[in-house]
Design a protein around this ligand. Sequence first.
Ligand code: AMP
Length: 196
Amino acid sequence: MNLVLFGPPGAGKGTQAKVLQETRGLPQLSTGDMLRAAIAAKSELGLKVEAILAKGDLVSDDIVIGIIDQRLNQPDAAKGAVFDGFPRTIPQAEALDKLLESRGKKIDLVIELKVDEAVLLGRAEQRVKETIAKGGTPRADDTPETVKNRLDVYRKNTAPLVAYYQKQGKVVTVDGMAPIADVTKAIDAAVAQKSR
Ligand code: AMP
């Protein structure tokens, strides 16, 4: 099964993608994680995208489509994947449909995590605090200013994807404000229904 976890930054996509990886054995394909890994490795790609991520703007479609294309060639993605933070634009969604089609696959399900955007800023602040408490380094793009920009970018470029996938009849909406365990349960039910 190929599944897209959809929602604004801070909606809990990463958390739920990790649960699905555990419970369903579907690898989490997070372009954000891949880009951060490239930045940490100071690779050519990392150097190119570092300032873009720090601002909360979008990396070019070509770059992220290329990353996903390569990632889909790895054996663990053969039985499906959970897309987390990709696609973020209509051209990315169209490219993903083509990449999957060329491999005899398709997006089976899109889970839209519905959240109150006003709460997301608070969540970002919480994440920063928790990461520091654990002795880690918070994400450079979790500052209130950048989170605001990421939400603006989401509204403008990414939110229209809901209609794109609704036209394909693939969207199941889940209340992302519910406790994490309840969100997990709702997603699990949607995945189970689709697998039947
Ligand atoms: P995320 O961890 O998914 O919130 O992504 C962190 C940052 O990486 C985003 O704010 C963008 O700068 C960049 N990024 C991640 N995925 C994409 C994507 N699909 N398209 C463009 N930029 C992306």
